[in-house]
Design a protein around this ligand. Structure first.
Ligand SMILES: Cc1cc2nc3c(=O)[nH]c(=O)nc-3n(C[C@H](O)[C@H](O)[C@H](O)COP(=O)(O)OP(=O)(O)OC[C@H]3O[C@@H](n4cnc5c(N)ncnc54)[C@H](O)[C@@H]3O)c2cc1C
Length: 311
């Protein structure tokens, strides 16, 4: 297990905002979890689970975290197969775009709507990422989590709860990290999947700033209307504070156009929430995970449960 000293987390997030952590560890084999946790305790650090950093807004400056990255190997593998369905096992640190290419090559459908989501598989499950009518939670067969209390444990589909942008393994408390997952997929034609993925990517390119430094959707969509529409009505499209601003292409995407800071992003988020509450009477709930060691919860405001972060 290699320990990287003082990683700059600005380079670990899509938004390009974040300070310097104390250490970073990539889990390579199951026994690394205990070794990593002993290290964290010995050094008095706070654990922070990082996927691809595509949904994170991190505080700047010196951070008391030891970042842990779940295993990225081995490659996905077919665990079981019938004519109707195929169970694929994949490590949590494996990139979701790479998994979608692998599924296309193996003629397996169920996740092609998630094309363009720059997550790791573990981060996608932790957030129950989804788009174009599909979510990764719908395809979960089993999830293997690590906790300091239980070590590695498999949970079946009935032992987890997922909803719109939320996922919770039952009975593990707050201290869990996804190690690997099994997904159920259905056989499909590879050429059809390729076309589907291209359509999704084309549509996203037209409506989202996919090449910008962004953290995806800033707010969850409330039942009343899409968050982007409400932000638009309140004049937040294109609104900037310093180097951070809401995209002019999609009002719910926060962008760092260079030199943006945590404080600027928080100021904009607070302004957006205030304007939407005052004008539309809707309380927006951040989807982006706001991680500030000075706040009691490292998860996004309004998130009912911390995920992947141990107190
Ligand atoms: C250009 C762009 C487009 C996007 N489009 C979409 C979209 O269409 N749909 C959508 O749902 N989201 C979208 N997102 C948001 C983001 O990609 C998802 O939320 C994604 O699931 C985050 O995965 P990640 O690996 O980057 O997680 P991170 O951002 O690294 O982490 C997110 C949270 O998950 C926790 N976490 C990460 N890995 C684990 C693990 N193994 N075990 C436990 N907890 C873990 C972290 O601690 C953190 O709290 C988009 C983002 C960008 C930048």
């Amino acid at each position: 297990m290699k320990i990287l000293s003082r990683p700059n987390l600005q380079d670990r997030t899509w938004l390009g905002i974040g300070g310097v952590a104390q250490a970073e560890v990539r889990i390579e084999q199951p026994g690394d979890w205990e070794r990593w946790f002993r290290f964290v305790q010995r050094e008095g650090l706070r654990p922070l689970t990082l996927g691809r950093g595509s949904n994170l807004l991190l505080q700047d400056g010196d951070l008391p975290f030891c970042v842990v990255r779940p295993p990225a190997k081995p490659r996905p593998e077919v665990y079981s197969r019938t004519n109707e369905r195929c169970v694929v096992r994949v490590p949590a640190g494996f990139p979701l775009p790479g998994l979608l290419r692998w599924l296309q090559d193996h003629g397996l459908a169920g996740l092609e709507g998630l094309s363009g989501i720059p997550a790791d598989v573990g981060g996608a499950v932790a957030m129950n990422a989804g788009s174009f009518g599909q979510s990764i939670g719908q395809c979960l067969h089993r999830v293997r989590c690590w906790t300091p209390r239980t070590g590695l444990v498999w949970l079946s589909g009935t032992e987890v709860q997922y909803a719109y942008r939320s996922f919770r393994p039952l009975g593990l408390g707050r201290e869990w990290i996804i190690h690997e997952v099994e997904l159920v997929l259905s056989p499909a034609d590879g050429a059809f999947l390729k076309q589907k993925r291209q359509e999704v990517l084309h549509r996203k390119r037209q409506t989202q700033p996919v090449d910008a430094r962004t953290c995806g959707c800033t707010f969850k969509n409330p039942p009343q209307a899409p968050a982007g529409q409400l932000l638009d009505q309140c004049g937040m499209r294109g609104r900037k504070v310093g180097g951070v601003g809401f995209s002019s292409l999609h009002a719910n995407f926060l962008i760092n156009s260079g030199g943006g800071s945590f404080a600027q992003a928080i100021e904009l988020i607070a302004e957006a929430k205030r304007r939407v509450r005052d004008r539309c009477g809707v309380d927006l709930d951040p989807e982006v995970q706001i991680i500030d060691p000075c706040r009691s919860s490292p998860r996004g405001e309004g998130s009912p449960e911390p995920i992947g972060e141990m107190p």
